[in-house]
Ligand binder design. Structure first.
Ligand code: SF4
Length: 64
């Protein structure tokens, strides 16, 4: 599973990082720092929850 994030549309509310700081790394200003994440085994549920938590709906889950 991968996560793709439309970083340019991030509004920096950190809802994703509240679900998992490990998966959804933020920069110093509180915006998402990454555009593509390989989800480590066992973290798929957190990835899905993080995607649902983003009010901007810019976190896309890519099932492989
Ligand atoms: S929840 Fe969405 S808008 Fe908020 S910091 Fe994460 S990616 Fe950005």
């Amino acid at each position: 599973m991968k996560i793709r994030i439309d970083k340019d549309r991030c509004v920096g509310n950190a809802r994703c990082a509240a679900i998992s700081e490990t998966l959804f790394e933020l920069d110093d200003d509180g915006y998402i720092a990454v555009t593509e994440i390989d989800v480590p085994p066992g973290m798929e549920a957190l990835a899905r929850r993080g995607a649902r938590a983003c009010p901007e709906k810019i976190i896309e889950i890519i099932e492989e």
